[in-house]
Design a protein around this ligand. Structure first.
Ligand code: CP
Ligand code: NVA
Length: 301
């Protein structure tokens, strides 16, 4: 039994296998061919935070694979009324075959996984968002071929997505150049761990330095879920960190732009960039479906 709590829970070879399967499963769907290896299986989806893409991609994906998905928001389950995580994990995992969790603390996810009898998938925590990285690399490679040895620029908050891009540098072998304000750097331990595992990750406080000759420029919101009250303070701290046409002009001419969405036009990204010709954000969002179907198949077969 395997969990997927961070990208590093699968080996680089397994991650490559997942991307290959995702492409194949996507092709089958586009050709209208049914593929239902998970008939009779149930996915339990626990959400402590809002979601559009993650919820719909897991729910639709499970249905397409022949299974069934249950949306379990903490507002309407006993989890939200304080039932212990360990008890919830024991009970839910005795009834369903796989579980996704979107929550705040990564420790909550880890504790749930410790007591679960079935695979647990991280559907976003404050620390990481590994499903998104699978979709993002799939998207890059559909457009530009192998990401290995390419340069990715992360501009913005050192948040859960930045951490996932750091782990991705280990798994997929791209060079990662991060630009963020001093007080919003990624977790030092995660950075160090990635470097020990051979990742080429550099850090600066200058978006242009990060974007210089990049093959892919990516960003995310300045205030993540749970940080809403810091919005004004963060807007001030991130002044100058918007991915504008001027920033994109320092990247390679054929560089792509990505954003996990939802986006705030005029804050972390200019409308002309996210809605412009280098942006692949809609493909990126769609690929959540295909990448996660491959992941569900991998964990359940
Ligand atoms: N990118 C992403 O996870 O989107 P949602 O918050 O809508 O699920
Ligand atoms: N960093 C964002 C990602 C949303 C998909 C958040 O955690 O809110």
């Amino acid at each position: 039994m395997r969990h997927f709590l961070t990208l590093l829970d699968v080996s680089p070879d397994e991650a490559r296998y997942l991307l290959k399967r995702a492409a194949k499963i996507k092709r089958k769907l586009k050709e209208g061919k049914a593929y239902r290896p998970l008939e009779g299986k149930t996915l339990g989806m626990i959400f402590d935070k809002a979601s559009t893409r993650t919820r719909v991609s897991f729910e639709a994906g499970m249905f397409q694979l022949g299974g069934h998905a249950l949306f379990l928001h903490s507002d309407t389950t006993q989890l939200g009324r304080g039932e212990p995580i360990a008890d919830s994990a024991r009970v839910l995992s005795s009834m369903v075959d796989v579980i996704t969790i979107r929550t705040f603390g990564h420790d909550v996810l880890q504790e749930f996984a410790r007591y679960s009898k079935v695979p647990v998938i991280n559907a976003l925590t404050d620390l990481t968002h590994p499903c998104q990285i699978l979709a993002d690399v799939l998207t890059y490679e559909e457009h530009r071929g192998s990401i290995e040895g390419r340069t990715v620029a992360w501009i913005g908050d050192g948040n859960n997505m930045a951490h996932s891009w750091i782990n991705g540098a280990v798994t997929f072998g791209y060079r990662l150049k991060i630009a963020c304000p001093d007080n919003y750097r990624p977790d030092e331990k995660m950075l160090e761990a990635a470097r020990v595992l051979g990742a080429d990750v550099s850090l600066s406080d200058d978006p242009v330095t990060a974007a210089y000759k990049a093959d892919l420029v990516t960003t995310d919101v300045w205030a993540s879920m749970g940080q809403e009250e810091e919005q004004a303070e963060r807007e001030e701290a991130f002044d100058g960190f918007c991915v504008t046409d001027r920033v994109m002009a320092h990247a390679h001419g054929d560089a792509l732009f990505m954003h996990c969405l939802p986006a705030h036009r005029g804050e972390e990204v200019a409308a002309s960039v996210i809605d412009g010709p280098q942006s692949v954000v809609w493909d990126e969002a769609e690929n959540r479906l295909h990448a996660q179907k491959a992941l569900l198949e991998f964990l359940l077969k």
